[in-house]
Design a protein around this ligand. Structure first.
Ligand code: CDM
Ligand code: ATP
Length: 309
């Protein structure tokens, strides 16, 4: 008898950068109140799911050796959450191809969790509505709802309440990937420590930044990029100061630590400039590797298998 191997469901999902990240005080639940503007970038992971006897996870690509393949992986927890909602066993093999740097402040694990929600919804024909997917996403992590959403959005609460933002045209970025990673909770804790000493300033409101986004004006946007976590990331990884200086010296309009870091994101005037800045930055040895990316791009979406492979 012929056994038919089903086609995998494949979802691609973008990385994010926080254009504005204002961190409020520590809440009783251990999270900080945030006011942030996310943008999804053209650096992506791919998650494939296929029916199997039991739940397994495999990871390949950029930094795969640092990613757990058991229930510490967010995709494992995402699969359990969808299966639980559907009243079935999470009997699937999940394959993750990483393009987003691991522990890089670009929400790679969150992206994979969002992709898994969408892939299993499709594989199992659940047709969960957006609100249900969003609720499952928020339970998995603060950045997971945005990975589903994509584009450019304002996030509040611990980052999970989203409102879309109008962004005209495409912005061009260079990403400097660092040699190591930074743990998100450690960076938040370092900010609390620095604040207890009374040092770092706090970001204001993102009103002017949203106007620059709506106008599609990179030169106006550049000086408005702000990240309250940057002093904490720099305190834990002082060498990032050199990376930031090198990107600006190479011709970027502005550089910022992405989220909890250590990836540094440089906004450039146009695509040509991004390619030049990327090439120059790669040559000066201040980071592990360099990527050129554009944003905004859509959130997690089913790959077009006919055309894509
Ligand atoms: C830094 C950002 O990437 C900015 O978008 C996010 O705030 C981090 O989101 P994430 O990685 O999805 O974080 P979660 O998995 O929800 O939380 C991990 C840990 O980060 C800290 N955390 C996270 C989000 C938040 N608003 N306040 C926090 O203090 C907490 O210690 C929490 O236990
Ligand atoms: N699917 C996954 N991909 C990457 N890391 C994962 C995944 N699942 C769990 N992890 C663990 O989570 C840690 C943080 O990884 P991740 O790449 O999500 O960091 P990040 O991009 O800094 O996150 P964020 O920007 O959301 O704070 C890793 O060190 C890894 O051990």
């Amino acid at each position: 008898m012929l056994s038919v191997v089903p086609d995998p469901v494949v979802v691609t999902v973008p990385a994010k950068v926080n254009l504005h990240l204002a961190v409020g005080d520590l809440r009783d639940d251990g999270y900080h109140e945030l006011s942030t503007v996310f943008q999804a970038l053209s650096l992506s992971d791919e998650v494939s799911v296929v029916p199997a006897d039991t739940l397994t996870v495999q990871v390949q690509g950029e930094g795969a050796q640092f990613v757990p393949t058991d229930n510490r992986n967010l995709v494992w927890r995402a699969a359990e959450a969808v299966a639980d909602r559907a009243g079935r066993e999470p009997a699937v093999k999940i394959s993750v191809r990483k393009g987003i740097p691991v522990a890089g402040g670009m929400a790679g694990g969150s992206a994979d969790a969002a992709a898994t929600l969408l892939a299993l919804d499709h594989l199992w024909g659940l047709e969960l509505d957006r609100a249900t997917l969003h609720e499952l996403a928020a339970d998995l992590g603060s950045d997971v709802p945005f990975a589903l959403h994509g584009g450019t959005a304002v996030g509040s609460g611990r980052g999970e309440h989203l409102l879309p933002v109008l962004a005209r045209d495409t912005f061009h970025w260079v990403l400097a990937l660092a040699k190591g990673g930074l743990s998100t909770p450690k960076v938040f804790a370092e900010l609390d420590r620095l604040r207890a000493e009374g040092r770092p300033p706090r970001a204001g409101t993102p009103d002017a930044l949203m106007q620059a986004l709506a106008a599609g004006d990179a030169a106006t946007l550049a000086p408005l990029l702000v990240n309250d976590l940057q002093p904490a990331a720099l305190s834990l990884m002082p060498e990032l100061r050199r990376t930031l200086r090198a990107g600006e010296a190479a011709g970027a309009l502005a550089g910022i630590v992405s989220g909890s870091g250590p990836t540094c994101a440089f906004l450039c005037a146009d695509e040509q400039s991004a390619i030049q800045v990327g090439a120059e930055l790669a040559g000066v040895g201040v980071c592990r590797t360099v990527r050129v990316a554009a944003g905004p791009v859509p959130g997690a979406r089913l790959a077009d298998i006919e055309e894509g492979r």
